[in-house]
Design a protein around this ligand. Structure first.
Ligand SMILES: Nc1ncnc2c1ncn2[C@@H]1O[C@H](COP(=O)(O)OP(=O)(O)OP(=O)(O)O)[C@@H](O)[C@H]1O
Ligand SMILES: Nc1ncnc2c1ncn2[C@@H]1O[C@H](COP(=O)(O)OP(=O)(O)OP(=O)(O)O)[C@@H](O)[C@H]1O
Ligand SMILES: [Mg+2]
Ligand SMILES: [Mg+2]
Lengths: 256, 256
């Protein structure tokens, strides 16, 4: 059974793309077959696997227009067991074009349902920092939404908008959508971070991943080498934390 | 003559909102009358001035629909000389609604042209991290675009998309749009930051602000106290750097 996971938060710069790259890398390292789907017109996930968006002829844009499938546009990466369905900036126009079409939110879900299930164990979708049709497609298709969140003033305030979005999607297109919060870029030396972490733990105990990703400059560097941190700096704390997240995710997904 | 400035970058989390808040605060401190315009559906600029978006009945959404004006929706803040035209999440729907309407990109410009010029010296518009109609409205109305940029791998790559957007806007709706890059969140201890800063200085010498904003936790804290850093921590490096930016901006805007 393929698990379909969206990584989204309208707040910008909270490590959505970094999480897709390095969580994807960790899951592949643990023997799962993983498809990464880049739904951001900035194509940062595509870039961080060494693929130049401007050279691509087949991207997820065709899948959303119903002209192709994820399997057809996906390609192998430098990491065994980790494939990518890439993006380029064509996706920008799509956001507007799709909006008027009947049932546009279900495009991705329909494609994933048709995909032969034994192909991938896990699909991870990287979303842009916006409320648009691309994120809506991902949430309609997803079993689980991972919301990366920083321990910063704005981040906690905009969580409510994410929760509103989840209940809207549950009502309209995907009643079984569940979500989990992931604390990223935590700086334990920063007193605001420690304070807000305590607040988040008190307010959302049942939906928070135990694993926390701390701030680590190697996570900034790894995309420049087109590698997840588990390959770029395999013996570091950041690699260990994303591996721990992969394990916690697997036990959350596996019915006991 | 009012100077209209957009602060935009599709890359998320690069300090667009932080810059509007503290640059606005610095300009007001130096005796200018400033209007901040929040164009982000997350309403972080509105939040960071202590205004609760969910309590608002009049926001920029009405201005963009042609039902009201910036002057009518704007309100005073705790800072002398700093007014705010607030946002709430109604803006989300607007992005789609506006798209189909004839000449939708010109709504904000038309309102600013009608605003009696002697009201404000400077208008600063905070944009969401997206390519949508809200950012397009701001770029059509703006004299100057400030692009905050971090010294990170993704940030430099997505600059090209911002430059493409500027040339599109110059061709279609606003031939006189100029832009400036502002390096934010610089951590001088980080070798990648220092390396990328050198690259940015080499590649874009003529459009880069001399002033650089370094990483400083007080910039994270100030929004929680509904104040720009110049009021929250007036004697710190962060306050000095935003004051220096305000002065550099004024000399850039003033014809010699
Ligand atoms: N744990 C970490 N430690 C240090 N830096 C990090 C960490 N995680 C992410 N970063 C850096 O923070 C920046 C933002 O991360 P990223 O681009 O993954 O966020 P995003 O949510 O995908 O942004 P966007 O909203 O633009 O899509 C990047 O430069 C990244 O390298
Ligand atoms: N110079 C700085 N030093 C330390 N932290 C900073 C600095 N500038 C901004 N920040 C913090 O970084 C985070 C991102 O900043 P901010 O929200 O202003 O970015 P943004 O570009 O407006 O994000 P979005 O794309 O979501 O609109 C915030 O938590 C902010 O407090
Ligand atoms: Mg991203
Ligand atoms: Mg912002």
């Amino acid at each position: 059974m393929t698990a379909v996971i969206a990584v989204a938060n309208n707040k910008g710069g909270v490590a959505k793309t970094t999480t897709c790259l390095s969580l994807g890398g960790s899951l592949a390292e643990q023997g799962r077959s993983v498809l990464l789907v880049d739904l951001d017109p900035q194509a940062h996930l595509t870039l961080s696997l060494g693929v130049k968006p401007e050279t691509l002829r087949h991207t997820v844009a065709e899948v959303l227009l119903g002209q192709s499938s994820l399997v057809a546009v996906s390609r192998e990466t430098a990491v065994d067991g980790l494939d990518l369905a890439p993006a380029n900036r064509e996706l920008v126009v799509l956001d507007k074009v799709l909006y008027g079409r009947q049932g546009y939110e279900h495009r991705l879900k329909r494609d994933l349902d048709e995909m032969r299930y034994q192909l991938y164990d896990i699909v991870l979708m990287d979303c842009p920092p916006a409320f648009g049709t691309l994120t809506l497609n991902a949430l309609t298709a997803a079993d689980l939404l991972i919301i990366p969140i920083q321990c910063e003033y704005y981040a906690v305030r905009s969580l409510q908008q994410m929760f509103d979005m989840v209940s809207l999607v549950r009502r309209k297109t995907n009643p079984r959508l569940s979500y989990r919060l992931l604390v990223t870029m935590l700086d334990v030396r920063n007193k605001i971070h420690r304070l807000l972490l305590r607040q988040i733990r008190d307010r959302f105990p049942e939906v928070l991943f135990q694993t926390i990703i701390q701030v680590d400059t190697r996570l900034r560097e790894s995309p420049a080498f087109a590698l997840p941190v588990t390959r770029y700096a395999p013996r570091t704390r950041a690699a260990r934390q994303y591996r721990a997240l992969a394990q916690e995710l697997i036990s959350y997904l596996s019915p006991v």
